[in-house]
Design a binder for this molecule. Structure first.
Ligand code: MG
Length: 457
């Protein structure tokens, strides 16, 4: 067994510390060696500090390994993925650290189908990395010239516009605030919105390695943007993470809508307004609210639960078929477009929903079943301890429905909870959701009693 380099979504590190030139060259050579010699690979990057040099090291190493390398410039991760899948590339690399703080960057490997590499591929790359078995082709096999794909962003935006009713959206003359986290969403989202006849106010939308706000689109980072949406009477706001595969919505009242709620609205839109009923499934991770089940059950759509992690959701959807898939953090996947999280596509569908139903986003959100969510975490000393705690929670709640694929998700009539060991840190993550704050706190207390009992031993 080799030490792991890839986290839940790519290799990440602090630029010029652990993500330094030597490490990048070694990793990029391993990636180059993994792909079959002579592959056509597309490389893109977000606007983080250091990415200009990282992308050049990566491209150089891929050329040395005998590939034909194409550069897509700065663009969102889903834009790179859409180009790879639809323009006959054999794969590619995205240089990004997604929602991580600004000092981070990273490498994401993308396969020919546009989806991030599955774990088996990552393991193969790790093995090549640690064994330093790098392929370097003969001098006369090396690529000559440098290939730039200059229309990758347009190609992606046009792909989105083909999937929605542009005229219907245009007729509404929406006003939208786009918060692009000072990163590559700013290169596509305002442009997409203008094509949809939307009056756009862009905030945090100049490219900067030192962003105005932290890249993760969570309520505490979106206070200013939410205030603009509310105080200047916009129809809605959209906020991306660094590489714009996530879209978090802010309603006309300035409320930041949790990603599983907006995804529930989008899924219902696909079924009710677009008539997309087959295959009658939606895939999401156990960390999402059961509100999705409450809403889709009466429409005859089944919810398939997976482990936490977008790649697992995507691969599951490809295997069993689904009308959509999502994560609770704002990642939404629409298969007719592509099997990856896509902030731009989610935004276009949200506008189509509002244009079709002619209602405010706040009204749609208020019509969803009410629930109060608490998220917390407990430090643990070992994986075994975490497993024991999970097992005790399972026993304590053995009389209710449970999903045991990633920790334990317990589902009662008017509440649910999730207790799972973090995949990246020595922590036990606990989510509790109930119809009232009081009930949620009661439930959390009960779970904490069980967990603390285990941790004491
Ligand atoms: Mg991201």
């Amino acid at each position: 067994m080799y030490a792991r380099l890839f986290g839940t979504d790519g290799v990440r590190g602090v630029v010029n510390e652990n993500l330094n030139p030597e490490f990048i060259v070694r990793l990029a050579q391993a990636i180059g060696t993994y792909f079959q010699q002579g592959s056509r690979l597309l490389v893109g990057r977000d606007a983080r500090a250091g990415n200009e040099y990282i992308v050049r090291l990566v491209e150089g190493c891929l050329i040395a390994a005998g590939h034909k390398v194409f550069d897509a410039g700065e663009l969102p991760t889903p834009a790179l993925q859409y180009n790879i899948r639809n323009r006959g590339f054999d794969g590619g690399v995205m240089v990004t650290a997604s929602h991580n703080p600004p000092q981070y960057s990273g490498l994401k490997v993308v396969m020919a189908d546009g989806v991030e590499a599955p774990r088996e591929v990552e393991e193969e790359i790790e093995k090549i990395f640690w064994e330093t078995r790098f392929r370097r082709v003969k001098w006369f096999m090396l690529q000559r010239g440098f290939h730039v794909i200059s229309d990758a962003r347009d190609f992606y935006v046009n792909g989105i516009l083909e999937k929605v009713d542009v005229e219907k959206i245009r007729s509404r003359g929406f006003r939208v605030v786009a918060d692009c986290a000072n990163n590559v969403g700013a290169l596509t989202t305002p442009y997409l919105l203008r094509k949809l006849g939307v009056k756009v106010m862009s905030v945090n939308s100049h490219l900067s390695p030192i962003p105005y706000r932290e890249p993760e689109p969570v309520p505490e980072n979106l206070r200013d943007t939410a205030a603009i949406v509310r105080d200047l009477n916009f129809d809605l706001g959209v906020a991306h993470d660094g590489d714009a595969d996530r879209a978090i919505f802010i309603d006309d009242r300035g409320r930041v809508i949790p990603g599983d709620r907006s995804a529930t609205l989008l899924c219902r839109h696909l079924v009710v307004n677009r008539g997309e009923r087959e295959p009658a499934r939606v895939v999401t991770a156990v960390s999402s609210s059961t509100v999705i089940e409450d809403v889709l059950r009466e429409l005859g759509i089944e919810v398939v639960w997976t482990k936490v992690g977008s790649v697992g959701i995507a691969r599951k959807m490809m295997k069993i078929g689904a009308i959509a898939g999502f994560e609770e953090n704002g990642g939404f996947m629409y298969p007719p477009h592509q099997y990856v999280r896509d902030g731009g596509m989610s935004l276009a569908l949200m506008l189509e929903l509002l244009a079709t139903e002619k209602v405010k986003l706040s009204e749609l959100v208020d019509a969803l079943p009410k629930a109060y969510l608490i998220k917390t975490k407990v430090p643990i000393s070992s994986r075994e301890e975490a497993e024991r705690a999970v097992e005790e929670v399972r026993k304590r709640f053995r009389n209710i429905r449970q999903i045991n694929i990633d920790g334990v998700k317990g589902i009662g009539d008017d509440f649910w909870f999730l207790v799972r060991p973090s995949g990246t840190e020595p922590l036990l993550r606990i989510f509790v959701e109930a119809r009232s704050e009081e009930k949620a706190k009661e439930l959390l207390d009960e779970i904490m009693r069980v967990v603390k009992e285990v941790l004491k031993k």
